[in-house]
Design a protein. Structure first.
Length: 301
């Protein structure tokens, strides 16, 4: 099946400032795709360009095979979007805003909408002007999750939500996935992305620096090894695949090892008589920090 969304060497300048330098990725049907990077990296700018709110300076994006800029109107009928900064109409109640957002997208208030209002614990009788950031996000989330769409785009949707509500959000995203919908989720909460996303793009200063599944990214990275042996761990530090070697005692150490050399390293260790061994694959946070730390030059040994 064709990709739901493709972004091809997208660039965006604001005056002289190049907010997007080179953004390329695609989303497969039925996939939850994570878009991660710190504040200012270009996540929202990418999403606004995808939605046809901003016109790209160079490059191209397509959604459902149509051009994101030229065909925005027809694309939007099949998209549900929750912006990072949810602005509501201050004098409408939360419930009125939800119904209004739904109608703007050609949708209706259904039993599902009521269910979502309950699950997100939202008081819809209050005026939108009295809402906190989290409540404004809930309004947009309720409208999005009760919409029938093929692609759901969430721009840092949980930044104002408490952990309980974040769980509701995650449950709803997984429910969408189960019905074959595609999701683009921008986030800087790595645990959220780690738990939910099939594939991930990491963005740094307007450039995609890595795209793939967490497993693929792990294959490019290093695991942490804690080991205790009977004989001294001499010579280990000198192995090319071993990094950040720290000996606690002559027979006890912690170090990181390149993913492709784990087997070989364990063979070496077993000759020294292993009494204890744990290997921990990198978390998304480890990977993320590693990519970000590479900026100034070679990474540490
Ligand atoms: N309308 C705009 N005019 C000028 N600069 C902008 C505009 N929108 C975003 N930027 C700049 O582009 C960069 C990327 O911003 P943004 O896409 O909002 O990042 P993120 O969503 O990853 O936090 C930032 O440096 C931001 O200040
Ligand atoms: Mg943003």
């Amino acid at each position: 099946m064709a990709d739901v969304l493709t972004v091809d060497h997208l660039q965006k300048k604001f005056g002289k400032f190049q907010a997007l330098k080179d953004i390329t990725f695609s989303i497969h049907p039925g996939e939850v795709f994570g878009f991660i990077g710190p504040n200012g990296a270009g996540k929202s700018t990418t999403i606004r360009t995808l939605l046809g709110i901003l016109r790209p300076t160079a490059g191209r994006a397509t959604i459902f095979g149509q051009d994101a800029w030229a065909d925005a109107v027809s694309i939007h009928k099949r998209i549900a979007y929750v912006p990072g900064d949810v602005n509501l109409w201050p004098n409408l109640s939360g419930g009125e805003v939800i119904d209004f957002l739904l109608r703007l997208n050609g949708q209706w208030h259904t039993a599902r909408t009521d269910e979502l209002i309950k699950d997100f614990d939202l008081d819809v009788s209050k005026k939108a002007r009295t809402y906190s950031k989290g409540n404004r996000q809930k309004v947009a989330l309720v409208a999005a999750f009760s919409s029938q769409a093929d692609l759901y785009i969430f721009d840092e949707p949980t930044s104002g939500l408490d952990p309980l509500m974040e769980e509701v959000f995650q449950r709803e995203v997984l429910a969408l996935k189960q019905t074959g919908k595609s999701v683009l989720l921008s986030s800087h909460i790595l645990s959220e992305v780690e738990r939910m996303c099939d594939r991930i793009a990491i963005i740094r200063q307007g450039e995609i620096i890595e795209v793939g599944s967490l497993a693929e990214m792990r294959q490019l990275s290093r695991s942490t090894v804690h080991v205790t042996t009977q004989q001294p761990l001499t010579g280990l530090k000198a192995l090319p695949a071993v990094h950040q070697f720290k000996a606690k005692t002559p027979t006890q150490a912690v170090f990181s090892v390149d993913a492709e050399a784990i087997g070989q390293t364990i063979t070496t260790l077993s000759r020294l008589g292993i009494t204890q061994l744990t290997t921990t694959p990198p978390t998304l946070e480890d990977l993320f920090l590693r990519y970000y730390n590479q900026e100034g030059g070679k990474d540490e040994q």
